[in-house]
Design a protein around this ligand. Structure first.
Ligand code: DAV
Length: 407
């Protein structure tokens, strides 16, 4: 059955694309093996998407019309808490032990000016491509707060990708596992509220307590793959741990997304015909899928050669090409405080033939070219240092296109 579908797809003008109604219940049988309960694809409820509203994005590549770009203002350095250390290379911990809780702009004023100027340039480049840019509020993350379980101040409004996920006409607010990010959704509240008033569907995933049962204070400083700092006592979902391909969404268990979170999203989206699949990559400090696995366009994904995908065969069998990203060319000694150099592959598709990508990543430009994708080069190195590439710094609000099945 699957072989027949792949054959049919390869004969079509646009390969790997069938509408939800045409989709065969067994078309993804290999990918969903053991991780999905059966559902009725003929259910008319699956068609109930409103692509005329203000929010509409079904995948990572359809032509981008409107995008939310994060703000660097009032960003605070993370405290060296156990859940932060789990995601970050131990060589960098001393920086957080010394500066946690201070404004980045005070810790590194010269670097910060360059970062702010890169963000502003990125906004102009995106607007220059005819895309509407929306900005979050300049929220003050230095304010202290207290919950029944812990006290902290906030982090930043820089990475909307971590907290917001658009699936069709629905905007989903994720949970965020780092305690310092507990109230980060308020930085995006006005933006989301505005879309909701104009007709978007709006969902907030149940807020976890982030208490000492959910976050393991005794987590090993040198974790093996699979040894996560978060437990399963409550669902945890970070939006950046998922990538969308129409009716199929791929996610990973990481230090900030747990199995319960993946299951929460799966059950939430199943009635609309969206299937959530868990993928596995061997990476002991996993936080967010978008430095590991990036969907480029139908049939093409960019993979991280240092973090092998265990389900590779299933994609290949379904007719997809997995293309390894080249080793990033981030200069030695550049302070990648909060993430790895793999932020280079954290790109943003403008449409299936154009991608926003770091200016100096020439080898990556060539890899994209071979896939038929032209690079739009933009400076990113200073924006990288607080933990994000173009994908992290943005959330696609509107992409022109349909909810389709690519598997
Ligand atoms: O792969 O270095 C990046 C986290 C992006 N928010 C990494 C993790």
């Amino acid at each position: 059955m699957l072989r027949r579908l792949v054959q049919q797809c390869s004969q079509m003008k646009t390969p790997l694309r069938v509408s939800v109604a045409q989709r065969s219940a067994s078309s993804l049988v290999d990918l969903r093996e053991g991780d999905y309960k059966s559902f009725d694809t003929q259910n008319p409820q699956y068609q109930q998407f409103n692509d005329k509203g203000p929010v509409w994005a079904c995948n990572e590549w359809d032509p981008l019309e409107e995008v939310l770009i994060g703000r660097p203002e009032n960003a605070v350095v993370p405290y060296a808490r156990v859940e932060v250390k789990a995601c970050i290379d131990p060589k960098k911990w001393h920086f957080f032990e010394k500066n946690g809780g201070k404004y980045w702009a005070d810790v590194m004023p010269e670097h910060w000016k360059k970062l702010v100027s890169e963000v502003e340039t990125f906004v102009k480049v995106v607007e220059g491509e005819g895309i509407k840019v929306v900005r979050a509020d300049a929220f003050d993350h230095g304010k202290e707060f207290k919950t029944p379980f812990f006290a902290s101040n906030g982090l930043y409004s820089a990475m909307p990708r971590d907290i917001l996920m658009v699936v069709g006409d629905e905007i989903i607010e994720a949970t965020l596992a780092w305690r310092q990010r507990y109230f980060e959704f308020y930085a995006f509240r006005n933006v989301v509220l505005d879309y909701w008033k104009r007709g978007a569907k709006w969902t907030m995933i149940p807020k976890p307590s982030c208490d000492s049962r959910l976050i393991n204070e005794n987590h090993s400083p040198d974790p093996k793959y699979g040894d996560f700092v978060t437990t399963e006592t409550e669902p945890l979902v970070e939006a950046a741990d998922f990538v969308r391909a129409g009716t199929d969404i791929f996610g990973q268990r990481s230090h900030v997304t747990n199995q319960a979170g993946i299951e929460w999203l799966r059950r939430h989206l199943a009635p609309r015909g969206i299937r959530v699949h868990e993928l596995h990559f061997v990476e002991p400090r996993a936080m967010h899928i978008d430095t590991t696995f990036a969907l480029v366009k139908p049939g093409y994904a960019l993979t991280n050669p240092k973090r092998p995908l265990l389900e590779k065969d299933k994609f290949i069998k379904a007719g997809w090409k997995l293309v390894d990203a080249p080793i990033p060319s981030v200069p030695d000694g550049h302070p990648m405080w909060m993430a790895s150099v793999w932020l280079a592959m954290n790109t943003l598709m403008k449409d299936p033939s154009h991608v926003f990508v770091e200016k100096n990543e020439v080898a990556l430009h060539k890899v994209f070219e071979k896939m038929g994708v032209k690079s739009i080069p933009v400076d990113l190195l200073h924006m990288n240092t607080i933990g994000g590439g173009f994908h992290c710094w943005t959330c696609d609000i509107r992409r022109r296109g349909k909810m389709e099945c690519y598997f």
